[in-house]
Design a protein around this ligand. Structure first.
Ligand SMILES: [Zn+2]
Length: 312
């Protein structure tokens, strides 16, 4: 399998929000990519401007960052043609890699706007290099700029940032500095949700389990799904005791703790999410935790329970 590390530049309305096309708030004006083989050796490059159809003036912010002028874009090929070449460049067996999770969403939004064939009709597995960079260097979720990562990895800055190709190039360089096991820390783009129960995403990572549901019409339907509710052991599926049943502090996030005789304490977390067309879906994670972590959640739980009793 190859890695397609890509980056997009996009433009937006130059005349403010009132003139924004809601179906296409960000119009792609450049696609840049580096293709790496399974040993992360570079085997190809892609770099092309895109002629805009919706926003024909460069937004001031875009212009200041990207340093592109309309003259250059007017001579470029249209989105459908550039996309076709880009997909040919990607080939058959590849994994997308991006800095952050926005590029894959905007790519799909542009594809939909132009009524072109979608990349996939289900969630797309990809590597969010920004996320795994933070995991490796900080052991947690945090967002840094690409330049910060390039500096930290001692990568020489031989081309300017903020053009699609250069950012893809640097993202690929950062990826080669990360531990090989992190190349399996997939993210899932949910521009298209799983269409049925069968297609839902269930993935066991080395230290946690992730489940992404199909879309539901209402929050209660989502929360009442049996697999969403399930709080047993994700490792052995054995019966467990449930010291802390599902509870919420803000009704967007729910937590629970189970205890498996073999695997100890297991924390469940549910995040409620909403798609642009109003569907509700759930991202659920389960993870082994320590006694202390269990106590922390228990304190949270009791605080919320006492608050509820005080107000009722
Ligand atoms: Zn177990």
């Amino acid at each position: 399998m190859n890695f397609i590390v890509f980056d997009l530049e996009w433009n937006q309305s130059a005349s403010g929000k009132r003139y924004t096309n809601k179906k296409l708030p960000f119009e792609i004006i450049e696609i840049g990519a580096v293709k790496l083989n399974s040993d992360l050796e570079e085997i190809g490059r892609f770099n092309e401007l895109v002629k805009p159809k919706v926003y024909k003036n460069i937004n001031r912010i875009t212009g200041n960052i990207v340093h592109l002028n309309m003259e250059e874009l007017r001579n470029a090929r249209s989105f459908d043609k550039v996309l076709k070449s880009f997909m040919d460049f990607c080939g058959e067996d590849y994994l997308f890699c991006t800095w952050g999770n926005l590029d894959l969403i905007e790519l799909q939004r542009n594809i939909k706007f132009h009524h072109l064939q979608s990349l996939s009709d289900e969630p797309i597995r990809f590597l969010d290099v920004q996320k795994i960079f933070a995991l490796q260097f900080e052991g947690k979720k945090s967002q840094h700029t690409l330049e910060y990562a390039v500096d930290l990895c001692n990568i020489s800055k031989d081309i300017p940032f903020h053009r699609a190709f250069s950012d893809a190039y640097y993202t690929a360089k950062v990826l080669t500095c990360l531990k090989p096991e992190y190349r399996e820390r997939y993210s899932f783009d949910t521009f298209h949700l799983p269409k049925s129960k069968k297609e839902e995403v269930r993935i066991l990572f080395d230290d946690y389990y992730k489940y992404i549901t199909r879309g539901f019409d209402t929050k209660s339907k989502a929360l009442n799904d049996r697999e969403v509710q399930y709080s047993g052991c994700y490792l052995c599926k054995r019966r467990v005791s449930k010291p802390i049943k599902w509870f919420t502090n803000n009704s967007k996030h729910y937590y629970c703790v189970s205890c498996c005789k073999k695997h100890g304490y297991i924390k469940g977390k549910i995040r409620l999410k909403k798609t642009e067309d109003g569907k509700i879906y759930i991202v659920k994670t389960m993870k082994q935790i320590s006694e202390e972590q269990m106590q922390e959640i228990k304190e949270k739980y009791e605080k919320i329970k006492n608050q509820a009793q005080a107000t009722s």
